[in-house]
Ligand binder design. Structure first.
Ligand code: FMN
Length: 155
C-alpha cells in the first residue's frame, strides 16, 4: 500500500446474471460473483467505488451484501452493486469493489415499496460518504492500485 487509506474492504469479481428483479424495482444491480479467496464483507448495505477492469472506468455505488430476505428464504449471500452514474449492465465484466462505509443492516421489508424507499435513502447516504475525505482517500487508493495492476500487465 502506498498510504494507509480508510478502505473498509476490497473485493474483485465478475458480473453475472441475478434474478432480474432489480430493474423492475427501479434499482438495477450488477450481481457480482466474487473471485475465489476474495473476502466478502459481512451482510449489510455499503457505500463504495466500482472500478471496471480493464478500462479503469469508475462509478459511485451503493452495494448490498445479503440474502435478499425481502424476496428470498435462502441463506445464499448475494453481492449486488447499484451504480449511481451509469445504466450500463456490466455483464461479464471484471470489477473491483472498494468499500468506503457501512450504511445499515440488511432488513426483511414488509413490501418491495418499503425496500425501494430505504434504497433511495441509502443512495443519498452513500453519496455523502463517497464525497467525504474518507471516500476520496479510498478513491485515490483504488486508482493507485488499478494503475499498479495496469503497469504489471504491460511490463
Ligand atoms: C441500495 C440497496 C439496498 C438493499 N437493501 C436490501 C435490504 O435491506 N433487504 C433486502 O431484502 N434486499 C436488499 N437489497 C437487495 C434487493 O433485494 C435486490 O437488489 C433485488 O431483489 C434485485 O435482485 P436481482 O438483481 O437479483 O434481481 C438492496 C439492494 C440495493 C441496491
Amino acid at each position: 500500500m502506498r498510504d494507509a487509506p480508510a478502505v473498509l474492504a476490497h473485493l474483485t469479481g465478475t458480473v453475472v446474471h441475478g434474478a432480474g428483479r432489480g430493474r423492475g424495482l427501479g434499482f438495477p444491480t450488477a450481481n457480482i460473483a466474487p473471485d475465489p479467496g476474495s473476502p466478502v464483507p459481512p451482510p449489510a448495505v455499503y457505500s463504495g467505488w466500482v472500478v471496471r477492469h480493464p478500462t479503469g472506468a469508475l462509478h459511485r455505488a451503493t452495494i448490498s451484501v445479503g440474502s435478499n430476505p425481502t424476496f428470498c428464504d435462502t441463506a445464499e449471500i448475494h453481492t449486488e452493486v447499484y451504480c449511481h452514474d451509469t445504466s450500463d449492465d456490466l455483464y461479464d465484466e471484471r470489477v473491483g469493489l472498494w468499500f468506503v462505509a457501512r450504511i445499515r443492516a440488511t432488513v426483511k421489508f414488509a413490501s418491495p415499496d418499503d425496500l425501494v424507499r430505504a434504497a433511495r435513502q441509502d443512495v443519498l447516504r452513500s453519496e455523502e460518504f463517497l464525497a467525504s475525505e474518507r471516500g476520496r482517500r479510498v478513491l485515490a487508493h483504488a486508482l493507485n492500485a488499478f494503475a499498479d495492476t495496469a503497469d504489471t500487465a504491460t511490463a
